[in-house]
Design a protein around this ligand. Structure first.
Ligand SMILES: NC(=O)c1ccc[n+]([C@@H]2O[C@H](COP(=O)([O-])OP(=O)(O)OC[C@H]3O[C@@H](n4cnc5c(N)ncnc54)[C@H](O)[C@@H]3O)[C@@H](O)[C@H]2O)c1
Length: 454
């Protein structure tokens, strides 16, 4: 089938690339000329594991193209996906101007058999709104379907190839049939469920899914903070609750708060939608507020540890992306942390396997950047881990201790081996776990001994 994808970001690029290796002829469109020029030369605008190989496969089989010309890409497409951003506006709601501009760019040119499909996360009722917009522009009706995307950055390819389910929001059998044909290869290879519903329910499904996952994270974070205050250990408690099959382990890992381009904005967008119908959303407000508080938990621990103040201290930060496997720093907890450290007068030295350049755009010469994680530790008074990249999990406590001025570690993801750091005489702080305090005299003499050893 001929497919056009408008918006070549995390969702549009991955979606287009996946369809192209399933035998569809895909053209991805973006208004960002540099992005399209780079993609045509094989340069990716984002980091996503395995995406490069998928794009190369699509390009080699002549099934994947990139352009800035929406009209040329859309005029003979059977399916036109709208996959542009819907960022938060000043009221907390979803901005629909990009989506409307994308719909306008294809409204007149789309052929009468085409199906327009919204993949962006959009408030309930947006399908109708875009149908009206297109109808006004072209002078006749064109059905708009909804097909929310559930991929996770960092595992997007696997999520798309092996989805838990595909949700279709359609108003007609014809639209359902088009989308069934489009997804036929994926349904055959993955065996996943296809759920067909009204567009309004499909739009709502995406928000409810994200709000529920955000709630799980905020819940376990709040319980972790309580454990700390009451003298329990959240990791022990987790093993006690997550083994209950009704609860499970997913999204119940305490940490420095959730970030990214979806959970924060989607929780707020649903709050906004509820407000419009005069509904009380105390629970949704609490999820958001708990997360905003959680993003300050690590910096508060650092401030307490250095009770004399952070002026003149140098702090290393490992992990800038909002989660491992991506270069995305939108609403990343590391931003909150670095802002606080700079405000308190600390020097900040950072490392991330993929997100350094995005941080450089944000902070310029105000912080120090390192491509080698151990080099980032030199002369530092503490290490703070903010993203649980696999390469940090394997880090050696003794080696880290040798590079730091003082063996102090803040594990903002509860992902390092506490006992190894205890043995290496670290002051080890985590989220909701009993703190391991080293013996300072022993720690320093051990460190001097290690440094003296050739
Ligand atoms: N990122 C995720 O993990 C994820 C997962 C599921 C759903 N979503 C949703 O999918 C949507 C897209 O998210 P994203 O992260 O891919 O966004 P993104 O910001 O990475 O990409 C959006 C792209 O759209 C382009 N664009 C904007 N206006 C355009 C227009 N008129 N014509 C052509 N291109 C245009 C931008 O230049 C940009 O490249 C959002 O609604 C988001 O909530 C995102």
């Amino acid at each position: 089938m001929k497919v056009c994808v408008i918006g070549t970001g995390y969702v549009g690029l991955v979606t287009g690339a996946i369809f192209s290796i399933q035998g569809h002829k895909v053209t991805c469109v973006d208004i960002d000329r540099q992005k399209i020029a780079n993609l045509r030369q094989g340069l990716l605008p984002i980091y996503e594991p395995c995406l490069e190989e998928i794009i190369q496969t699509g390009r080699r089989s002549d099934c994947l193209d990139f352009t800035t010309n929406a009209a040329a890409a859309a005029h003979d497409a059977e399916v036109i996906f709208l996959a542009v951003g819907t960022p938060q506006d000043e009221t907390g709601g979803a901005t629909l101007t990009y989506l409307e501009a994308a719909a306008e760019s294809i409204a007149r040119i789309a052929n009468e058999e085409a199906l327009v499909v919204i993949k962006s996360t959009v408030p309930v009722g947006t399908n109708r709104r875009i149908e009206h917009l297109i109808e006004n522009k072209r002078g006749c009706y064109l059905e708009v379907a909804n097909n929310p995307e559930f991929l996770k950055e960092g595992t997007a390819i696997d999520d798309c190839l092996r989805p838990d389910r595909i949700v279709l929001g359609v108003r007609s059998d014809r639209a359902e049939d088009i989308l069934r044909r489009l997804y036929a290869p994926l349904l055959a290879s993955s065996g996943c469920e296809l759920l067909v519903m009204e567009p309004e329910s499909a739009e709502m499904t995406k928000y409810v899914a994200n709000c529920f996952l955000a709630m799980k994270i905020s819940f376990i974070n709040e319980m972790a903070n309580l454990c700390e205050g009451l003298g329990a250990d959240i990791e022990e408690v987790r093993s006690g609750i997550c083994t209950d099959r009704r609860i499970g382990w997913e999204f119940l890992k305490p940490g420095a708060g959730y970030g990214g381009s979806c959970f924060p904005k989607d929780v707020r967008a649903l709050i906004r939608q509820a407000k419009k119908i005069g509904s009380d959303t105390g629970l949704l407000h609490t999820i958001d507020e708990a997360n905003l508080r959680q993003k300050t938990v690590v910096s508060a621990k650092i401030h307490r540890h250095f009770s004399g103040g952070l002026d003149g201290k140098k702090i290393a930060v490992w992990g800038l992306a909002f989660k491992p496997g991506t270069d995305d720093i939108r609403e990343a907890p590391a931003i909150e942390l670095v802002d606080s450290l700079l405000k308190w007068g600390a020097t900040v030295s950072v490392h991330d396997p993929q997100a350094i350049e995005h941080f450089r755009t944000l902070y310029g010469s105000r912080i120090q950047y390192h491509y080698d994680k151990l080099a980032a530790l030199e002369g530092c008074d503490a290490l703070v881990l903010m993203t649980d990249w696999p390469e940090y999990l394997a880090a050696d406590a003794q080696q880290i201790g040798l590079h730091l001025n003082t063996p102090v570690l803040f594990d903002g993801r509860n992902c390092l081996d506490r006992s190894a750091f205890a043995q290496a005489n670290f002051d080890y702080y985590s989220i909701g776990q009993r703190q391991i305090q080293s013996n300072p005299v022993w720690a320093n003499s051990n460190r001097n001994l290690a440094l003296a050893t050739p």
